[in-house]
Design a protein around this ligand. Structure first.
Ligand SMILES: *Cc1c(COP(=O)(O)O)cnc(C)c1O
Length: 451
């Protein structure tokens, strides 16, 4: 690994710029075309259409430049047009776009598997299988765990988000908008209490005690010997950037190992340097049996992966895993380049630097009895939870109003949370300090005037 840290170079000017009317006429025209052909079930957070994006900036079709604090939901961690990713994609696409790895295999797939074996935690032999989306990775991790253990039950947690396919909807906690009207869901899914420090009834409950609360429920309601897998996001994403109390994940992992239960870390949102480590489980030294990955893995190209213990993945019969597009060669080339950028630019270090810049600013907004009830997160995965002043009652309206106020000033921020009352920050890890500080000023002004 190189010792000199490269600074990113940008193709687009890294400056916020809102011109005249907003959204502009070109975005408005696209919105009208869209309404005639795209269903309302597909919703967008922002009413402008992208024309170009680079570093921390998204330029819309009317020439407005927005600071991107969402990265397309934690996807473009290396930026939306990282030169290394662009070059790798162009090179691969000029040779072949697809052969299907199950028909005519190619090196890129194998190289991604080698790379993931190296960057994921765990000093044991690993195997990797590639897919297209996070939901597909989670589905397949469950298939692998069931096949390897001969058991059926799967545990997921309160506030969990694992995707929108039938099995992953069942694993996801929140009904509206993800599940309502879309059932019936797959059986043998059990939901257990999460460690959510800000909303614990007993504020002094330790992480290990919160884990024991879940473990006791599992043993009574399911039976450890019936349980194939315990599936958990080490930092919950859509559920509200919930960081479990220290000790929660290690205790669950230890119990899983003692009981022959496959511990699956869903790192689809928290992986790939986002939290200041390659994977969020590393903050507590937890080594999962299987890790699901997607989002940040390939610089914006659709790719997902399940990496884990060789004996688990090899337990599946030949031909039992796959898919037409899984591990597409263009996506694999992008992933290798994105991982190169993560290493050469030390993006895990960048994520820790972003935390140092942003977290104190957010903490300063969380005054006693105010509207910002909690500030949390790790690295460049940070959030504020809004509550009614003087209470813990969730305040989704203020979270939405703050996001809307930021957008009007040219800063894209996303909301999340079971109660919809969380503002989450997921900037590209390549964003420059000046741009980030400008966005923080906008966010601060919005919170102070609305919160
Ligand atoms: C986004 C997400 C998924 C689903 O990924 P898709 O690519 O949208 O299918 C699964 N798990 C977590 C933790 C996620 O954040």
């Amino acid at each position: 690994m190189s010792t000199s840290v490269m600074t990113p170079s940008y193709r687009l000017e890294q400056r916020r710029r809102i011109a005249g009317t907003f959204p502009g006429p070109n975005s408005a025209a696209l919105e009208a075309r869209r309404a005639a052909v795209v269903p309302k079930g597909v919703a967008s957070s922002v009413p402008v259409y992208a024309a170009d994006a680079d570093g921390g900036i998204i330029v819309d079709v009317d020439g407005n430049a927005f600071i991107d604090l969402g990265s397309g939901i934690a996807v473009t961690s290396v930026g939306a047009s990282d030169p290394a990713v662009v070059a790798a994609v162009q090179e691969q696409v000029a040779h072949f776009t697809h052969t299907c790895f199950m028909v005519t295999p190619y090196e890129g797939y194998v190289a991604v598997a080698e790379r993931l074996a190296a960057v994921t935690p765990g000093d044991f032999e690993k195997r990797t299988v590639l897919f297209n989306s996070g939901a597909e990775a989670v589905e397949n991790a469950v298939k692998i765990a069931r096949s390897a253990t001969g058991r059926n039950a799967v545990v997921a947690f309160d506030h969990a988000y694992h995707g929108r396919t039938n099995l992953t909807m069942g694993l996801t906690a929140k009904a509206m908008p993800y599940k309502t009207g879309f059932g019936p869901f797959a059986p043998e899914i059990y939901r257990m209490p999460m460690s959510y420090p800000f909303r614990e009834e007993n504020p002094n409950i330790s992480g290990a005690e919160a884990a024991d609360r879940a473990i006791l429920a599992i043993e009574k309601q399911i039976g450890a010997d019936q349980l194939a897998a315990l599936l958990i996001e080490p930092i919950q994403g859509e559920g509200g950037f919930i960081v479990p109390a220290e000790g929660f994940l290690p205790r669950l992992a230890e119990w899983a190992q003692a009981n022959g239960v496959v511990f699956i870390a869903d790192e689809v949102q928290s992986g790939f340097c986002r939290t200041g480590e390659w994977f969020a489980v590393q903050h507590e030294g937890v080594v999962p049996d299987l890790i699901t990955m997607a989002k940040g893995i390939a610089g914006g190209m659709p790719l997902s992966a399940v990496t884990g213990r060789a004996e688990l993945l090899d337990a599946v019969h030949p031909g039992g895993l796959g898919g037409t597009y899984g591990g597409n060669p263009v996506a694999c080339a992008a992933a290798l380049a994105a991982m190169d950028t993560m290493e050469s630019q030390d993006l895990a270090g960048r994520a820790r630097h972003i935390e140092e810049l942003v977290l104190p600013r957010l903490r300063a907004l969380a005054v006693e009895g105010g509207g910002v009830g909690d500030v949390r997160g790790r690295g460049a995965m940070l959030a504020m939870e809004f509550v009614r002043p003087g209470a813990k009652e969730p305040d989704a309206e203020t979270a939405k109003a703050v996001a809307a106020a930021c957008l009007r000033e040219g800063v894209i921020v996303l909301t999340c949370g079971t109660y919809g009352n969380v503002i989450r920050l997921l900037p590209p890890l390549t964003i420059g300090d000046d741009l980030l500080l400008d966005a923080l000023d906008v966010l601060e002004t919005a919170v102070l005037s609305l919160g």
